[in-house]
Design a protein around this ligand. Structure first.
Ligand code: ADP
Length: 419
């Protein structure tokens, strides 16, 4: 293994793994720190998906250090700490505290913080983070329920999270390419800067920043920062040219579980409902104590094995608010997630081996219920969403997407790619 990655949430980890695969590295994503029994096989990069984004900083640090220890024991020579491209964090952390703890253990005193990914609308100029055409603090992120981002200046934001000095590599330097960026890193280090926010306007900038970062023990940022790193390993002769990743060749019944209520997932459900048998999960029925998972499985048994089944709880915002007011946001979410997990287990018993899941939290619940420990990352289906194959346990092909990802025909397209 060459590159070890620590991601602070599940779908962010998949996004990073997908970026690495596209840049030519074989990649495995593990759910949590791999246990002793897990054999991940040969891999160029390993991404450990934590659920540490909104944990208290002490817990996030502990989990991240455990991940770091595993990655180093297994040969990683460079570490990425991956967080959200909208720098999701509060003044208490966790980006600054985790980055500091990782640097301490690595015995290093400099890293970069670059959440930019221009292709997906995240760019940084003079330290200010833009989402599309607007500042982070006008992008809707200022209203985030858990980590409202009201200050778009990342130098200030990160400085509030660390006692160490935060600096900036501005666009004037970045536009001059890797050598200029690298000398700026040295200059900042000489001035006592420990974390440098790095401007980026175009994806090509990320390639130059990647090149300039070849000697850094730790790199922090969004998934875009990974684009330029594989080339460093190739240039040193450590990474061979890789064939495009193969699709999972797992044959079996196909199903879709949609627990996201996002606009795109609702459009995807509406699109596929017209061609496949579908089951609409009612949160009220779950709350009334009905065994909805058993009802769904009985229903699946009656369906044609050769046609995918669609099981969804996706509802429009008005219906979701009614349910949330009745049961509380958290309880409503947990009820549906637990049912989706049970359904996934039942589907596996019925021979489903090709499963698409819509929703970040829903994906987490399904993966946990199926006891999936790691995923080998395959080819991309739609931007940011790859096919994956579970490693260890029952072989199953999984496409796990966060709510708003993928085009309207995503379910059909993804299952249509498999044998
Ligand atoms: P996204 O990726 O779109 O955020 P998630 O799966 O992460 O999707 O989150 C959706 C949340 O909404 C989950 O906790 C899910 O259980 C919950 N949920 C799903 N359907 C309903 C519904 N009909 N009413 C209320 N909550 C729901």
């Amino acid at each position: 293994m060459l590159l070890g990655c620590i991601a602070d949430d599940f779908t962010g980890a998949t996004d990073l793994a997908n970026t690495l695969v596209k840049a030519g590295m074989n990649t495995v994503q593990s759910i949590g720190v791999p246990g002793p029994a897990l054999d991940v096989g040969e891999t160029d990069a390993l991404v450990i998906a934590l659920k540490s984004r909104i944990n208290p900083a002490v817990d996030a640090i502990e989990e991240s250090l455990q991940a770091l220890a595993w990655l180093r024991e297994n040969g990683a020579t460079q570490i990425i700490f991956k967080y959200c491209s909208t720098f999701d964090s509060t003044d208490n952390g966790n980006i600054g505290p985790v980055a500091d703890a990782l640097l301490d253990v690595l015995g290093s005193d400099f890293t970069i913080a670059c959440p930019a990914f221009p292709e997906t609308g995240r760019s940084i100029y003079k330290g200010y983070l833009f989402v599309g055409d607007v500042l982070l603090s006008e992008s809707g992120m200022e209203n985030h329920p858990l980590n409202p981002m009201t200050d778009p200046n990342l130098v200030r934001v990160l400085q509030r999270q660390t006692p160490n000095k935060v600096g900036l590599v501005d666009y004037k330097t970045v536009s001059q390419g890797a050598d200029a960026i690298r000398s700026k890193f040295h200059g900042l280090q000489a001035d006592g800067v420990r974390h440098a926010i790095v401007d980026a306007q175009f994806d090509d900038d990320l390639m130059e920043i990647g090149r300039a970062s070849s000697d850094l023990m730790l790199i922090t940022g969004g998934s875009g920062i990974a684009m330029g790193l594989p080339e460093n390993f190739r240039a040193r002769g450590n990474l061979e040219e890789r064939a495009a990743p193969a699709l999972p060749s797992i044959v079996g019944r196909a199903a879709v579980i949609a627990g996201s209520c996002s606009k795109m997932t609702r459009a995807q459900v509406a699109y596929s409902k017209s061609s496949w048998p579908s089951f609409d999960i009612s949160p009220n029925a779950i709350a009334d104590g009905k065994d909805v998972a058993a009802d769904v499985i009985d229903w699946v048994k009656e369906q044609d094995e050769n046609v995918p089944v669609l099981i969804y709880s996706s509802a429009d915002p008005a219906d979701v608010s009614i349910v949330q007011e009745k049961y509380g946001r958290e309880r409503a979410g947990e009820m549906v997630e637990a049912t989706m997990g049970e359904i996934a287990k039942g589907l596996l018993d019925l021979g489903v081996r090709q499963l698409v899941v819509a929703g970040g939290e829903t994906s987490g619940a399904v993966v946990q219920a199926l006891d999936v420990r790691a995923l080998r990352i395959g080819p991309e289906i739609d931007p940011g969403v790859p096919w994956t194959e579970a490693i260890g346990g029952v072989p199953i092909a999984l496409a796990l997407k966060s709510g708003n990802f993928g085009a309207e025909d995503f379910f059909e397209k993804s299952l249509g790619m498999l044998p």
